[in-house]
Write a protein that binds this ligand. Structure first.
Ligand SMILES: NC(=O)c1ccc[n+]([C@@H]2O[C@H](COP(=O)([O-])OP(=O)(O)OC[C@H]3O[C@@H](n4cnc5c(N)ncnc54)[C@H](O)[C@@H]3O)[C@@H](O)[C@H]2O)c1
Length: 287
């Protein structure tokens, strides 16, 4: 290892169009029409060999097809990452095939079924924990040693802007997301010297099969100005581009952070632009 003050420690980027050339990337929840699917497609387009876990066989196949049509390399593993057997199967197949990995994107998560806290109980807490947090520990633990052995890697965990601000709707889901965010921060602090970077993405307002922001809102498109400082809906590719930045050497000196990719909703929280009034209101009388 060269001196810590050697300027050559900034990694070279040989091809800015192939930011993950030669890297092995594992993505959870890589099915089509979601954030994970867009991450798989963008990573493959940037030269990564993508190994993704997905519970829904049809969505898995659609991602594989899209990537092979574009000339990339991806393999789906149809399994449930919220179970020990699922994680063990993913780990053994990927490590047998590649020996180790360079990038992990923890993407699986779900707010459904949304149970109000005063009506909730151990069963709903357990299911929120399994699908939003447990697998983040399990899958990261499954691959961390192999990343360290390879000299380092990047762990990107997709959570929610609701883990970075108060979410009145469902505190159990939001606190799981907050835990994913803090897990990234702690992982970065603990394993940075072994070459591991860990960062998170706090998602909001992104069209996917899980969260449909379009259907039923066709008559209210003009209100996007009120709903988001960016003034538009987000798409899985908006998230995937930030994941690519965090996965690649573009962010070689970024670790332990959580980036809201939310069109500015966290920044603008509490204030609503009223197209009708032509100004910001914190107590809108109508929406
Ligand atoms: N879309 C948004 O606006 C939004 C907002 C906040 C947070 N998020 C977070 O972003 C992440 C991606 O969500 P999305 O909106 O793309 O949803 P999505 O439901 O479209 O995508 C999730 C994918 O993971 C798969 N999956 C679910 N459970 C699985 C399991 N146990 N094992 C393997 N695969 C599984 C699903 O089949 C699907 O393909 C989630 O963590 C979600 O909580 C999204």
């Amino acid at each position: 290892m060269t001196s810590p003050t050697d300027p050559n420690r900034v990694p070279d980027i040989d091809d800015w169009n192939r930011l993950l050339e030669g890297k092995v990337a594992v993505v959870t929840g890589g099915g089509a029409d979601g954030i994970g699917g867009a991450v798989c497609e963008l990573f493959a387009a940037h030269g990564a060999t993508v190994e993704f876990a997905e519970i829904d066989p049809a969505r898995a196949q659609a991602t594989v097809d899209a990537i092979s049509r574009a000339g990339g390399t991806a393999t789906s593993h149809v399994l449930d990452v919220s179970t020990e057997d699922g994680v063990a199967a993913l780990k053994s197949t990927v490590l047998e095939r590649h020996g180790g990995i360079d990038v992990l994107v923890n993407n699986v998560g779900d707010y459904r079924p949304l149970v109000r806290f005063h009506e909730s109980g151990p069963e709903s807490w357990e299911s929120m924990y399994r699908v939003n947090l447990w697998h983040v520990y399990a899958v990261t633990q499954a691959f961390l040693n192999s990343m360290i052995e390879r000299g380092g890697g990047s762990v990107v965990s997709i959570h929610s802007v609701e883990g970075l601000r108060g979410f009145p709707g469902e505190p159990v889901y939001a606190s799981m997301k907050a835990a994913v965010s803090h897990f990234s921060t702690c992982l970065a602090a603990g394993y940075g010297r072994q070459g591991i970077r860990a960062n998170g993405i706090g998602v909001d307002l992104t069209q996917s099969r899980q969260v449909d922001y379009v259907s039923g809102y066709e008559e209210h498109e003009h209100l996007w100005e009120a709903w988001s400082p960016a003034g538009r809906l987000g798409w899985p590719m908006d998230q995937a581009r930030v994941a690519l930045f965090l996965a690649s050497d573009m962010s070689a000196y970024v670790t332990g952070h959580n980036i809201p990719v939310d069109g500015g909703t966290k920044a603008g929280g509490g204030w609503f632009y009223s197209p009708e009034a032509g100004r910001f209101l914190n107590r809108p009388k109508t929406l």
